[in-house]
Design a protein around this ligand. Structure first.
Ligand SMILES: *Cc1c(COP(=O)(O)O)cnc(C)c1O
Length: 361
C-alpha cells in the first residue's frame, strides 16, 4: 500500500470527493474505541489524528466552542501541548498543583475554581502524565466541580495519549467512560499500540461536533478536524493491530507491562537507586544517571534530577536486566568518597522512594 497516496481528508463519516482513502478502516477503529469508552455508535464522533497533540488541540477546541468564555484548568504536569492550546486559542489558563505522585491536587483545584466561579471550566484530565505516568482521579475531579457549583458548566477533555488504552485493562483504575460527564478522550497510536508512524485517536460527542463544524464545498465534506490532509495508512495499521491483538491481547500486554515495571522498580531500589512507580502506571521514575552517553544510548528522557523508563510491550525482562546491570556497574564509578553523593530526589518521588540517605531540606 506504500504505492498509494492514501488521504482521509475531511470528516470520516461523510464521503469526500477524494477517492483514495481508508475511511472504512478509520471508522472501524473509531467504533472500537467508542465501544471501549462506552459511547453509542450514533452518539459519537471522532477521527484518526496525526498525533496525541492533535487530539488535545481538538478536545480543548471543542470545549472552548461549547463554553466560549470558559477557563482552561490543567495540572502543571500536563503535556506541553495543553498549554500550547491555551496560547493558540487565547484562553485564560490556570495551572493546578500536583501531588508527589504527579496527579492533579484537587484541593488546589477547588481553591482555583472558587476564584473563578463566574466562568465555566474546561479541564484537561491526564490519563497518564508524560513524566511520572500519573493518572488524575477523574471521579474526584467531577466531584470537585460539582461541589464548587459548576454543575452543567464544565467540559472535561481526557488526555489519554500515554495510558488511554491501558487503563481500561487495569482493574483498580478509575474508569474512563462517556457514561460520566466527559466531553472527549484522545490517545496516541504510536505509544502503547505501537503504530510505526505517529498517529492518534480522538473521540467526542456527536452533538458537540454538529454545533461547531461547517461544510466545505471544495472537499464535498465537512470540516471538523484540526488538520486538513490526514494519513490514510495509519488507520490501516491501527485496524490491523486491534484485530490481531484483540481485547484479550491488549489485556495480556498491559499486565505484562505492569509486571515488568514493578520488576524494574524493585531491582533499582534493591541496588540502592531511588525509584518510584505509580500504582496504575508502567512508567518508572528514578535518579537521573550522571553519564550523558548512558542517557543517550538508552534513550532516557530526563527532567531535573529524575529520568524515566516507560515500560511498553517491547521491553522484555532480558532488556531490563541488561539495562540494570550496566547502570549499577557504571554508577559505582560515578559516586564515592571523593566523587560526591548521588542527587537527592525526595522532592520528586517522596522521602520513601528516595534512597539518598539524608534528604535535602
Ligand atoms: C506523548 C503525549 C502527548 C502528545 O502526544 P504526541 O503523539 O507526541 O503528539 C500528550 N499527552 C501526553 C500525556 C503524552 O504522554
Amino acid at each position: 500500500m506504500q504505492h498509494f497516496s492514501i488521504n482521509n481528508l475531511g470528516d470520516p463519516f461523510i464521503e469526500s470527493n477524494y477517492g483514495v482513502h481508508s475511511r472504512q478502516f478509520e471508522v472501524g477503529v473509531l467504533d472500537w474505541f467508542a465501544c471501549l469508552w462506552e459511547l453509542e455508535k450514533n452518539e459519537y464522533w471522532g477521527y484518526i489524528t496525526n498525533c496525541g497533540t492533535e487530539g488535545n488541540l481538538h478536545g480543548i477546541l471543542v470545549g472552548r466552542e461549547v463554553f466560549p468564555d470558559g477557563i482552561l484548568y490543567a495540572s502543571k504536569e500536563s503535556h506541553y501541548s495543553v498549554f500550547k492550546a491555551a496560547r493558540m486559542y487565547r484562553m485564560g489558563c490556570v495551572k493546578v498543583e500536583t501531588l508527589i505522585s504527579g496527579e492533579i491536587d484537587c484541593a488546589d483545584f477547588e481553591k482555583k475554581l472558587m476564584q473563578n466561579k463566574d466562568k465555566p471550566a474546561i479541564i484537561n484530565v491526564n490519563i497518564g502524565t508524560t513524566v511520572k505516568g500519573a493518572v488524575d482521579d477523574l471521579d474526584l475531579v467531577i466531584k470537585t466541580l460539582e461541589g464548587c457549583g459548576f454543575k452543567d458548566r464544565f467540559y472535561i477533555h481526557c488526555d489519554g495519549a500515554l495510558f488511554g488504552l491501558m487503563m481500561p485493562f487495569v482493574k483498580r483504575a478509575p474508569k474512563v467512560s462517556f457514561k460520566k460527564p466527559i466531553g472527549s478522550v484522545s490517545v496516541s497510536g504510536h505509544k502503547f499500540v505501537g503504530c510505526p508512524m505517529p498517529c492518534g485517536v480522538q473521540i467526542t460527542r456527536l452533538e458537540h461536533i454538529n454545533a461547531l463544524s461547517s461544510n466545505v464545498e471544495y472537499l464535498a465534506s465537512r470540516d471538523a478536524t484540526i488538520m486538513g490532509s490526514r494519513n490514510g495508512h495509519a488507520p490501516i495499521f491501527l485496524w490491523y493491530t486491534l484485530n490481531r491483538k484483540g481485547y484479550c491481547g491488549f489485556q495480556k500486554e498491559v499486565q505484562k507491562c505492569l509486571r515488568n515495571a514493578h520488576y524494574l522498580k524493585d531491582r533499582l531500589k534493591e541496588a540502592g537507586i531511588g525509584a518510584m512507580l505509580n500504582e496504575l502506571s508502567s512508567t518508572v521514575v528514578f535518579e537521573r544517571p550522571k553519564d550523558e552517553e548512558f542517557v543517550r544510548r538508552w534513550q532516557l528522557a530526563c527532567e531535573g534530577n529524575i529520568a524515566h523508563v516507560v515500560v511498553m510491550p517491547n521491553v522484555t525482562i532480558e532488556k531490563l536486566d541488561s539495562f540494570l546491570s550496566e547502570l549499577v556497574q557504571m554508577r559505582s564509578g560515578w559516586y564515592g568518597e571523593e566523587k560526591g553523593k548521588p542527587p537527592c530526589i525526595a522532592k520528586d518521588v517522596g522521602t520513601d522512594n528516595c534512597l539518598c540517605g539524608s534528604h535535602d531540606k
